[in-house]
Structures are given as structure tokens and as C-alpha cells.
Design a protein around this ligand. Structure first.
Ligand code: PLP
Length: 395
């Protein structure tokens, strides 16, 4: 079998072996319920407390401000619905045009239920139109929800500044930081963020676990109503193994960040990107390169189909993802690339490479060896490429 070259870490990440080791006892001997009165359950509760502290430490938060959920999507839904429940007279919500479906589709559903929604535009570099954002705010606005970093392009929004300005207007601020957490230093104390969503499986933790940061004093009503778990903020017996795993993953992410580990990741990403741009004609990077996650690049290969590139990379064991979404049988360029105004011929052939702390120089070399001939072969077969070249040569 070909060796796997996994460059799809914004989709999900490998569980760190230390995370798995920390989790395993909670699926065997340490199966107690943390809510039980006996010390067998109490011992498990102590591990949950540790996980809460580890995660709080990564975010610059207090342990009490962490609520464990089942995933990033649940955290997003919980935050947005909590603001609407807490301020029932306010019927307006603001987000951006480039959010993950976890926020985008919820906004669209709420819009159908009669809420007024604003989707703030971005420019060609994926930067938020700050004037449009601030102009949209009113007495009626219940919440502003903006992603910290984009999952497709890696472009970072200026959340520290924007959250403070939104807070000054007395409006609740939520950020979907699923892609930012663990990859960027975050100190929530220095922001106006009221609520923040994150997900375990994006930071070398397990799937099926996420968390919501809830700033002390923020009005809240739970999405999952049930037992008194998570101080009544999220009912349901705790997913103990996964919580412990998320705590360990947060601890490892903090160590990696503090040690400047992402410098190496961004050097590999930059070499991949620059060598492709220099060696393959008609390619460009989607989104501004200045304020971007260190691990992500979205590259448009004009006049070829992203899915064809992916399939051919897959034959060499290389995993990446495309900038298209398969909706009702047709391959539509993603809403993110469309919002940025990326031309159809480029958006259609866009590939996202997302690296991790496990990515090696040898893996990047393999992509750089295999990818250019794939693009050349696909272009030979592309009628669009042929006619574009004929146009360019005045034929
Ligand atoms: N938000 C962003 C920006 C994401 O990238 C993702 C996952 O891809 C999510 C939310 C959803 O997270 P989860 O898969 O944990 O529900």
C-alpha cells in the first residue's frame, strides 16, 4: 500500500498517541459516572476538572468558563440560540458570507423562521468588510457571530479588535474558532469575545467532543436541557474519555504553540505554495497570504477540475480537499470562494492543502513531484485550457 500523505488537517486530524493513551482507561477500568457520590465516580470527576483546566489554559480563560459539548457544530448552535433566547426582543443576527455550514445553515434556518440576518461581505482577499459590519449593527441586534479563521482559505479575521468594538455596542459576540484554536495564540482575557466554539478532532483530539467558552456573566440558556452536568449548562452524562482526550490535546497544542512549533509548519506550507506557483502556470492562492493560518493554503489551478486533481493525488496516497461542494449532483464552487469573487475557472480547480505538526519535508517533496505532471495531464484533456491558450495566442 502507498504511504499516506495526509494534507487534509482542516477536515480532521490524527489523534495524538499521547491523547489516545490518556483516554483509554476511561473506556475500561475508569468507567465511573462523574456525578456519582462514591469515590469511584469522583475519581473520574477529578480527571474532567483537569481537562477543563488544560483547555482553559490554552484559551486564557477560567476553567468555569468551559462547557463541554459534542462537537464544534453543537457549540455554534448553542451559542447562537442562547443569545436569541436571552434577548427575545432582539430579532437581528450578524455573521459573514464565508462561515462554515455550522453557522451559515443555522442563520439560513433562523432567517426562514422570521429573524433578520445580515451576511457581511468579504473582499477578494477574504477580508471582512468592517464598515459593512459596524453599519449593520442596531438596537435590534442580538448577536454577532464571526469565524476566527476560515476553514477553506485559512484567512484570519481580526477578532480581538472586532469583538471589542461589538461589545462596546452592548451586543453579544460569538466566534467559531474551530480552525483557530491550537493554531494561533489565543488570550480571551484580551478580547471582547463572550462565547467561543472549538472542536476536539481539529486539534489531534478525538471526534465527538467540543467545547463552548462562555465568558463569566454572559446571559445563557442551555441547548441541551437535562441533568445538572456542566453546571446545568449542558445536560447529559459526560463523554468522559473524550473530555480527557480533549484536555490532553489542548495541553499538547499549547506546548507546541509556546515552542514556536508552527514556524516549521508554515515553512513547509510556504515551500509547497511557492514551488507550485513558480512551477505550474495559471495558478494562484485564494485569499490574502498575510493574515492566514500557518498550516493552510488554497491554490487555484485554472481550467482543471478540483475533483479530478484530488482523484489523481489520491492514487499516490495524497489526501487534500477541493473548493467545491457537491450539491444536488452538480459541482458548485464553494460559497467561500464565490463570496471572494474567485472566477469560476479558478474556483472550480481549487485545492486546499492543510498541514499539521506531523507533516514532514519528505511528504511535501512527494506532492511537489507528483502534482505538476497531474495538472499538465489534466490540462491536455481540458477544452477550457485549450481554448484559453488559443485565445492567448490569438488563434
Ligand atoms: N466550524 C468550522 C470553521 C469548521 O471548520 C468545522 C469543521 O470542519 C466546524 C465548525 C464543525 O465542527 P465539528 O465537525 O466538530 O462539528
Amino acid at each position: 500500500m502507498t504511504n499516506l500523505v495526509y494534507l487534509d488537517n482542516n477536515a480532521t486530524t490524527k489523534v495524538d498517541p499521547l491523547v489516545l493513551a490518556a483516554m483509554l482507561p476511561f473506556f475500561s477500568e475508569q468507567y465511573g459516572n462523574p456525578s456519582s457520590m462514591h469515590s469511584f465516580g469522583g475519581a473520574v470527576a477529578a480527571h474532567i476538572r483537569t481537562a477543563r483546566e488544560q483547555l482553559a489554559h490554552l484559551l486564557g480563560a477560567a476553567p468555569d468558563e468551559i462547557v463541554f459539548t459534542s462537537c464544534g457544530t453543537e457549540s455554534d448552535s448553542t451559542a447562537i440560540r442562547a443569545a436569541l433566547d436571552s434577548y427575545p426582543a432582539k430579532r437581528h443576527l450578524v455573521t459573514s458570507r464565508v462561515e462554515h455550514p455550522a453557522v451559515k445553515n443555522l442563520f439560513e434556518a433562523l432567517s426562514k423562521k422570521g429573524y433578520r440576518t445580515t451576511f457581511v461581505p468579504v473582499d477578494g482577499q477574504g477580508r471582512l468588510d468592517l464598515d459593512a459590519l459596524y453599519d449593520s449593527l442596531s438596537e435590534e441586534t442580538a448577536i454577532v457571530s464571526l469565524m476566527w479563521a476560515n476553514n477553506e482559505t485559512g484567512v484570519i479575521f481580526p477578532i480581538e479588535e472586532v469583538s471589542r468594538r461589538v461589545k462596546e455596542r452592548g451586543i453579544v459576540f460569538h466566534t467559531d474558532a474551530v480552525q483557530a484554536v491550537g493554531k494561533l495564540p489565543i488570550d480571551l482575557e484580551k478580547t471582547g469575545v463572550d462565547m467561543l466554539s472549538l472542536s476536539g478532532h481539529k486539534i489531534h483530539g478525538p471526534k465527538g467532543i467540543g467545547a463552548l467558552y462562555l465568558r463569566k456573566g454572559t446571559k445563557f440558556s442551555p441547548f441541551m436541557i437535562g441533568g445538572h452536568q456542566e453546571k446545568g449548562r449542558r445536560g447529559g452524562t459526560e463523554n468522559t474519555g473524550a473530555i480527557v482526550g480533549l484536555g490532553k490535546a489542548a495541553e499538547l497544542a499549547k506546548q507546541h504553540l509556546d515552542a514556536g512549533g508552527y514556524r516549521g509548519v508554515s515553512e513547509l506550507r510556504d515551500r509547497l505554495e511557492e514551488t507550485i506557483l513558480a512551477g505550474v502556470p495559471n495558478t494562484m492562492v485564494n485569499g490574502g497570504r498575510e493574515h492566514r493560518l500557518p498550516n493552510t493554503t488554497s491554490i487555484a489551478f485554472e481550467y482543471v477540475e478540483g475533483e479530478a486533481i484530488l482523484l489523481m493525488l489520491n492514487e499516490h496516497g495524497i489526501c487534500a480537499s477541493s473548493g467545491s461542494a457537491c450539491t444536488s449532483g452538480s459541482l458548485e464552487p464553494s460559497h467561500v470562494l464565490r463570496a471572494m469573487g474567485v472566477p469560476f475557472t479558478a474556483a472550480h480547480g481549487s485545492i486546499r492543502f492543510s498541514l499539521s505538526r506531523y507533516t514532514t519535508a519528505g511528504e511535501i517533496d512527494l506532492v511537489l513531484e507528483k502534482l505538476p505532471p497531474i495538472i499538465a495531464r489534466l490540462r491536455e484533456m481540458s477544452p477550457f485550457w485549450k481554448s484559453a491558450n488559443a485565445d492567448a495566442h490569438g488563434k
